[in-house]
Design a protein around this ligand. Structure first.
Ligand code: SF4
Length: 253
């Protein structure tokens, strides 16, 4: 079984994000076209406490340009380069982390779910946080998107994520793999013929990321897939049955 490789050891050297002395593209501290720097804040499900919001406000009050909230429910802090160090220190002191930008799991999207939405069948925001703890910093073949909806109304467009989960009755989730939301040819993921119990969601996702990484490495090494394949590329090559098998195995474990 493939074990996920994770990292959260990196530095901002005043010029760029570095890991082991070299430039690193995984972490969301990125220069923008206009010269302003963007800091992506890890906020699974798009949730911030009052205290965390105050930290973002403090960073903005100290020369920040603006906050941009993205499609993936995370705030991007736009700050001048000479304010990046201070902003990162304030985020860390407040228990906030930088989100990934490339080669890992992007900020996890979730609808309000049970406890907030009257239609919900399953809780989503706590689950998004749990998944994030398991996959934060995972090194993957390329960007990976996970989305959760608390019921089949599917407000989080879970079918257009690499892994999408949709709440069903009796503590289970429908799972879909290989969706894609961006570009001019969006793809609906394949809905698997197996439901995932709430307590199995995290181990199932970890197994799926491992299989994706293993197969992507194999296909890339043989030249059958170009560098940085997304999950839908790998599923198209390997067949979805391999992925169904590991989900089934983990659900029955
Ligand atoms: S997907 Fe369902 S639970 Fe989530 S916000 Fe929409 S209606 Fe509510």
């Amino acid at each position: 079984m493939t074990v996920l490789t994770k990292t959260n050891s990196w530095n901002w050297d005043g010029e760029q994000v570095v890991v082991d002395g070299g430039k690193d593209a995984l972490w969301g501290v990125v220069e923008q076209a206009n010269g302003v720097w963007a800091i992506l804040v890890d906020t699974p499900g798009g949730v911030l406490t009052a205290g965390q919001f105050a930290i973002l406000a403090d960073i903005m009050a100290d020369g920040g340009a603006a906050v941009k909230f993205t499609r993936r429910q995370l705030p991007i802090l736009l700050v001048p380069k000479d304010k990046v160090t201070g902003a990162l220190e304030k985020l860390t002191a407040g228990g906030l982390r930088v989100a990934s930008v490339h080669g890992s799991v992007r900020n996890i999207v979730a609808c309000p779910g049970k406890g907030l939405c009257v239609h919900a069948r399953q809780e989503t925001l706590g689950l998004a946080k749990e998944i994030n703890e398991a996959v934060y910093g995972a090194k993957l073949p390329w960007d990976f998107k996970i989305g959760l909806s608390g019921c089949p109304r599917n407000c989080s467009a879970a079918l257009c994520q690499c892994i999408g989960l949709i709440g069903e009755p009796r503590g289970k989730f429908t799972i879909a793999l290989g969706g894609k939301e961006s570009g001019i040819t969006p793809i609906h993921g394949v809905v698997l013929p197996v439901k995932v119990p709430r307590e199995k969601v995290v181990p199932v996702i970890v197994r799926l990321l491992g299989l994706y990484s293993t197969l992507a490495a194999e296909f890339t090494a043989t030249g059958e897939l170009p560098e940085h394949p997304r999950l839908y590329h790998v599923i198209a090559k390997a067949g979805v049955e391999r992925f169904i098998a590991v989900v089934q195995e983990e659900v029955e474990a």
